[in-house]
Write a protein that binds this ligand. Structure first.
Ligand SMILES: [Zn+2]
Length: 131
């Protein structure tokens, strides 16, 4: 894993190395870390790309827009709702479905979704079956 900020190879270390204040971090999957850039990403699947604090915050904001749309109760299975929301997201973002992983997005893509977050929520609502 190469750091996209400085091009140095990242080091694989326990999550507790970057989350020393979170006791459960001992039980989390290891993370690739670039120490000089404070950029890191977990090794849980699917594997994302190294993100510094700013990009981690942007990705978190994107997840805050997208996740409630499939995590909240609704018709169908959870993974079906997730797939449906991500299909709508890929079309909304004009991305290939394979590129529609927030954990791989760079700043510009995250910012685009954040700027249009409300529009995306309304867009997804149009696909919801009414009862
Ligand atoms: Zn770096």
């Amino acid at each position: 894993m190469i750091c996209p900020y400085c091009a140095a190879p990242a080091e694989l270390a326990g999550a507790a190395a970057v989350y020393p204040y979170i006791p459960e971090a001992n039980t989390w999957p290891p993370r690739f870390i670039c120490w000089p850039c404070d950029a890191h990403v977990g090794t849980h699947r699917p594997l994302g790309t190294l993100a510094n604090a700013r990009l981690r915050s942007l990705r978190k904001q994107c997840h805050a827009i997208v996740d409630p749309l499939w995590k909240e109760k609704g018709p169908g299975r959870r993974n079906e709702r997730r797939n449906a929301v991500y299909s709508i997201l890929s079309e909304f973002m004009a991305l290939e479905r394979d590129d529609t992983h927030i954990g791989e997005w760079r700043e510009m893509t995250c910012q685009d979704l954040i700027d249009r977050g409300e529009e995306f929520r309304n867009h997804v609502a149009k696909f919801r079956p009414r009862r």
